[in-house]
Design a protein around this ligand. Structure first.
Ligand code: MRU
Length: 353
């Protein structure tokens, strides 16, 4: 199965529903859900049926356009009020990936910019804007991929964490985009180590699935094996994605990423964050200000096991993301260019924020 041919999320042709590839069922089952209600869109994001920062943004854009199209009024003020209610609701589905808020804010701005148009026309404009968010995401991933490909050489061993792949975006992924671009350029001589990524196994279920399907030399490791593969020289480069980057370059990504960065520094391995500029939140000065999602204890104790793997009643701490200090990051690859420290200045030079 070539994952590049799968659509993570899209609007149905007749624009009556969202079609979401249910990532909780991968890799065993490829199933597309058709959803149309606000509660179902919220649930799909909350329970990671659609996940990964850019894909969440694309889903939110399509979702709010769909919900707006159902608002039955010709009155602009009433339309805006109902739109904002739905927006607030969708925005409460997950807290860390800034793309969710970025996409919803962009949709609101589009609506307000066209306040002088009839409501029916605004609905059409919102659908077009959601489509633009999706199309831009593909182009952004390709640009990140081309820049990242420039850092690759034949024989490289790359480690990646979680899934910042095509499944986490509209296409190509961010951390995986350099790998897909390498294939397009005819370079096959590299290998990828995927951290399984406890507790929700995005690395094992999703990254290994999509890279193997693309014909890339893929090896799955448990998270606690990263030190060994680095020490033994199997890995000489790390590419990861991100959910939110603060103005100083501190980066929130899937829990475990900061540990990979510490190891990479220890072994002298370059550590690159692949970040669409929409993921860079210049309103936050540093990583401590990034809200970190905490998820249910069951994800750690039983979710992927045939039977519970922890004593009943044990306390569980399950933060979904961690923050990698900017000092551990070799470079942040955006679609506009490769940023090196000091990151705040580099972002400004590229016109980000
Ligand atoms: O909880 P998830 O699966 O949504 O977390 C995803 C990640 O942490 C990704 O690395 C990040 O969103 C970047 S996706 C291009």
């Amino acid at each position: 199965m070539n994952a590049l041919e799968l659509n993570t999320v899209r609007l149905s042709e007749d624009r009556s529903c969202l079609e979401i590839l249910d990532q909780t069922l991968l890799p065993g089952t490829v199933k597309v859900l058709q959803i149309e209600k606000a509660e179902d869109i919220f649930e799909a994001i909350r329970y990671l049926r659609v996940r990964g920062a850019p894909a969440i943004g694309v889903c939110a854009g399509y979702g709010i356009a769909l919900l707006a199209s159902r608002i039955e009024t010709q009155d602009y003020e009433t339309f805006l009020e109902r739109f904002l209610e739905q927006k607030t609701y969708l925005a409460s589905s997950r807290p860390t990936a800034v793309n969710l808020f970025w996409a919803l804010d962009r949709m609101e701005r589009t609506l307000r910019t066209h306040a002088d148009r009839p409501v029916g026309e605004i609905k059409e404009i919102l659908f077009a804007e959601a489509q633009a968010i999706r199309d831009e995401d593909v182009a952004i991933s390709r640009s990140i991929g081309e820049i990242g490909f420039g850092l690759l050489k034949p024989g490289d061993g790359i480690l990646t964490h979680c899934n910042a792949g095509t499944l986490a975006t509209a296409k190509y992924g961010t951390a995986t985009a350099p790998m897909y671009m390498a294939l397009e350029h005819g370079m096959k001589d590299f290998r990828v180590y995927c951290d399984e990524t406890r507790p929700l196994l995005q690395g094992a279920r999703l990254t290994a699935f999509e890279l193997q399907g693309a014909g890339i030399d893929t090896t799955l490791i448990c998270d606690n094996m990263a030190s060994t593969v680095m020490k033994s020289g199997l890995v000489n480069l790390v590419f990861v994605g991100c959910d939110r980057v603060a103005a100083n370059g501190d980066t929130a990504n899937k829990i475990g990423t900061s540990g990979v960065a510490v190891l990479a520094r220890h072994y002298g391995i370059p550590f690159y964050v692949c970040a669409p500029s929409s993921t860079i939140d210049m309103t936050l000065a540093a990583g401590e200000q990034i809200p970190i999602e905490e998820r249910a204890a069951e994800e750690v104790t039983e979710m992927w096991y045939k039977e519970r793997m922890a004593p009943e009643g044990v306390k569980v701490y399950n933060p979904a993301f961690d923050v990698t200090d900017h000092s551990l990051i070799t470079g942040i690859i955006t679609e506009k260019g490769l940023c090196r420290a000091p990151f705040g200045q580099a972002f400004k030079e590229l016109g980000i924020g």
